[in-house]
Ligand binder design. Sequence first.
Ligand code: URA
Length: 290
Amino acid sequence: MSRADLLQQEMGLGPAWRPRAGWFEQHPAQLPSHAPEAGTEQAAMAAAPAEPEPPHTGDAIMAMPRETAPAVPPPAEIAAAATAQPEPAFAPEPLRAEVRVESAQLDWPQLQSQVAGCQDCRLCETRTQTVFGRGNPQARWMLIGEAPGENEDRQGLPFVGRAGQLLDNMLQAAGLDREKDVYIANVLKCRPPGNRNPAPDEIAACNGYLLQQIRHIQPTLIVALGRFAAQTLLETEDSIGRLRGKVHRYQGVPLVVSYHPAYLLRNQPDKAKAWQDLLLAHKVFRQAAN
Ligand code: URA
């Protein structure tokens, strides 16, 4: 199955979705009158059931070490579609307080073991294990989700449930291999009981770990998945609807906001918007990598 077919299948939009000239310009999501999405992301995320992850079959691109990597072109159809995107609008970078890093900068194994033994908030009492991250620590794309769910807590890996399956498929459709081309982490390293929302003090307690992960990985591009990741990284309370479609910066690194995959499982029509976000991410990546 071609990437385009896989994409259509994944988007749940059928063959009519096949990209054609002018599609993006004509898509309702591109029109100024397009209604903002309903604010049901949280509910959808809490309700998303968990299932095992499918095997990976994606083609790898952009996995080369930073020093040697040329500007590897994405698959032709992705490149063409990304090029058809309007020029990315850079959001003004907010003035920030000095970044908080509670502990000294640790090396990667030290950071992993500090996270594994963390008792900085109440979530350590209910977790099975911490979920540090997954993928290639040399990757140039970094995806940041919210918090481990039940499956992630059991397996110790992020995005292994149904939401992870959707994420894998979308990455694959975009020509990215989840193990080689991206590093995936969460705002919280421990599962909030019952998949409730992360509490502000839990986010604050965990924030230094994420910051250190980002500093180690030095991604070319960050994709924030869902409102908790976006709001935490951008230190804003703006909705996903307001944050997506623009290029933000986190510590100087371009950051694109998209929907959380668990939300997309419940809100199929917004998958098309998530695909636009991925195309924007591709475009920004290519600009930043050059
Ligand atoms: N949702 C997230 O935000 N992260 C995971 O690891 C799993 C589900």
